[in-house]
Ligand binder design. Sequence first.
Ligand code: LFR
Length: 492
Amino acid sequence: RPHLRVAAVDLGATSGRVMVGRVGPGSLHLDELHRFPNGGVRAHGSLFWDVLGIHREVVAGLREIAGTGPLDGIGIDSWAIDYGLLDRDGHLLGNPYSHRDRRTDGVAARVLEEVGAARMFATTGLQQLPFTTVYQLVAARGTAALESAETLLLLPDLLGYWLTGQVGAERTNASTTGLYDVTSREWAVDLAKQVGLPWGVLPPLRDPGDVIGPLLPDVAEQLGVATSVPVVAVGSHDTASAVVGIPSVDDDTVAYISSGTWSLVGLELEKPVLSEEARAADFTNEGGVDSTVRFLKNVMGLWVLSEALRTWADRRIAGTDLASLLAAVADAPALRTVVDIDDPRLLPPGDMPGRIQQLAHEAGEPIPRTPQDVTRTILDSLALAYRRHLRTAAELAGRDLTVVHVVGGGSQNTLLCQLTADATGLPVLAGPTEAAALGNVLVQARALGADLPDLAAMRALVRSTHEPRRYDPRPGADWDAAESRLPTRRAH
Ligand code: LFR
């Protein structure tokens, strides 16, 4: 087919989007047909996702797309790590937890003691994040849900299961669980056994581009389409799809910041970097589309700013909408206060300005008092973290960086893009905002027969249809000195 029309479901922690992508020779269009708010739901002392609500919105969005033209395929990507459990009848056992739930507090340290941090890294290649799937499951050991679970499904695979009835685990997302061997590209069954997990719940692995299945009759009826519409596995980890959607052309190193609720800062490589240095630097090797490796670091990201905005809105403080704050701080002096934006205390929801002030206080930095000062502290600190991690990534992978791509919602934050250029000393190419949805569309299109042989071809198409904005580094601020003001954090 020379022209394809596919639906890309791209789910983020704060909003979900159902978009229609149209792909033809030399053309790539994306339109958002349906957007809905998402967020954690607190109930009974825990933080959950409203996954049935998400499913309802996905179906509503797909119906809208099917109602306005032919539908050739459906692909789903979302944030990683979180999962649902099915019982032996194929029913969901309880609501999936949010990775920001506190039940994993202290779990990682215990598991690392049991297994050894070096062994864990050698197998999984992952950064230590307290909420990784393996730690959530260890926290759930002995619960009725885990004991009666038959199948574990990561969130995009759970939604795909509700559309098709097929179970499986798409590899880019499986690679984030801490239960996947980054070298053999199979489940790390020995590791799962060693930490006392029922490894039989891990479903068969599938690759991006595999067809998950046709629609269930009941779903096809809801959408008003034929059952034959295929649901296609894409890079179901949103970051994997976003990396496909980077408009890079001729750089042999693709350096990126996938900027959303989290900022994922790193490089695309052919092979994982499993050196002791990479472990000590606490880098991650996640699986990318076409067996690439996403060698990157999770940075706390725009979560910190959005949670601060939420705090000010709750307190009804005037002038604290995002646009006003960004305008107010654009010309403020850089680097007045910097904090370690990766401090794990910033992870849970709650009073973010207070925590930023506390970190500044502990580091002996000037304490940011106003919302404007807190905002600038957050942006400067993010840019400083980007600089540090990109330099470390380049060094560990033996690469030279010439440009940094910023994709995702955060690529619209012009001040942060400029500060990123300033901090890294590299030109920033910003956009597209919807890189994840574009990556989702492109992987589907290839699976359905479009002439997009490899990632280079997909990226060339993105570049020619979604021109990025360029930011050049400005001289002036002393980012080296700011770096040395940060507390050095303990390696694991
Ligand atoms: C980004 C992301 C990150 C992952 C975090 C939690 O949306 O998928 O890559 O570490 O969310 O799942």
